[in-house]
Design a binder for this molecule. Structure first.
Ligand code: EPU
Length: 347
């Protein structure tokens, strides 16, 4: 009997694919060769070809945290590995395995529907599950590291599959081992660990205000989910209406001394204290104070309701975006002596 496993179909290849609708900035981008990856087993043969032909390559998930150049040569991998299931349970936790191509917000909604609680604060974050661990997505007092048990990846260097434990991922604020070691690992599946004991987290100012205004001191997970959706919809521009990549800069983290000095000069600086004595500044406030909110320079601008977001007014290019970003960085540096780091990945 022949027990050999059927080889997967090769990934679907589209030459010269336009990516305007696949990056939330809405930039005009041509991908020389777009490969749709629907099965991890397609990766070893594809990477054999990529290496033999010396193609450059990159992976695109939801395209919500990238700044793409007009032309992507070589191979562009469109991540489409689907599937979400409960794989096991122990006394304290439920474990889920989720394909990298699953839409993040759909996963959050699905978990709540299944009474698996914990991800509600992270509702409406754009992008895919595979992208979530790369920058350790976070919002409203929760970061995804708290719920990741492990990450399954394809290692393009050794052509093998490996599993990273949460510790191996070296998660930090908007950062991970994967982000610091780009162009090697491809996330194929994320294993989530959701504790059965649930507690509401509504300490973050926007959420706390929301529930105090409606006098709800014990919101359910579903109510938190709905509140986060409302707050985000009000504050952040919808990429379908105006191109953007969410927060364009990270909130800078200062040591105690530097923070004290800044506070002397600017007593109303908006900041969040950190557990280890450091202080995270609200980049949006710094940019707002420099007068950029609502400003437009040609095809790009700073969103009128949130200075942390750069928007594409129609026909912007990566160069336009980066040029405005540099102007903002220089201005914040000059006024506050603080360096702003760009959050999305620049390809
Ligand atoms: N502020 C201003 N002017 C502005 C914007 C902000 O003065 O134009 C001040 C306000 O006082 C506000 C404070 O800055 O209270 C903080 O602003 P906000 O809550 O709007 O943003 P944030 O807390 O710095 C972070 C994440 C968001 C996430 C929210 C909610 C970063 C870089 N951004 O923003 O993430 O949704 O918290 O938790 O950490 C994203 O990554 O794309 C993103 C949207």
């Amino acid at each position: 009997m022949n027990c050999a496993k059927n080889a997967p179909l090769p990934p679907k290849l589209t030459p010269n694919l336009g990516l305007k609708s696949r990056n939330t900035f809405g930039l005009e981008v041509n991908a020389e060769r777009a490969f749709e990856i629907s099965d991890p087993a397609q990766l070893p043969a594809l990477f054999k070809e990529i290496n033999e032909k010396h193609w450059s390559w990159r992976v695109l998930g939801g395209g919500s945290n990238v700044i793409l150049p007009p032309n992507l040569d070589g191979a562009t991998l469109l991540m489409n590995i689907m599937g979400q299931e409960v794989i096991r349970e122990d006394e304290g936790n439920t474990y889920l395995a989720v394909g990298a191509g699953v839409n993040w917000h759909d996963l959050v909604a699905w978990t709540l529907h299944k009474q698996l609680l914990g991800l509600e604060n992270l509702a409406l974050i754009p992008g895919t599950v595979g992208a979530a661990p790369i920058q350790n997505i976070g919002a409203y007092g929760v970061e995804i590291t708290q719920y990741i048990d492990g990450v399954e990846v394809f290692d393009s260097k050794t052509n093998t599959f490996i599993t990273f434990s949460n510790e191996d991922c070296q998660f930090a604020y908007r950062d991970s081992f994967f982000k610091r070691n780009p162009n090697r690992f491809i996330v194929i599946k994320v294993i989530f660990k959701l504790p059965k004991a649930w507690q509401a987290r509504v300490h973050y100012a926007d959420l706390a205000n929301f529930f105090s205004e409606i006098s709800n001191s014990k919101p359910s997970a579903q109510e938190i989910f709905d509140a986060v959706c409302q707050i985000r919809t009000k504050k952040l521009p919808d990429p379908k209406v105006i191109g953007n990549a969410g927060s364009f800069f990270q909130n800078p983290v200062l040591g105690e001394d530097q923070y004290e000095q800044l506070l002397q000069k600017f007593p109303n600086v908006v900041s969040y204290p950190d557990a280890d004595g450091q202080c995270k500044l609200a980049a949006g406030w710094l940019i707002d104070q420099c007068g950029f909110k609502g400003q437009r320079v040609g095809e790009v601008g700073v969103y009128e309701k949130q200075a942390l977001v750069i928007v594409n007014h129609g026909n912007a290019t990566a160069a336009d975006i980066l040029s405005l970003a540099k102007t903002i960085q220089d201005s914040v540096q000059e006024k506050f002596g603080v360096t702003l780091d760009i959050e999305p990945n620049i390809l």
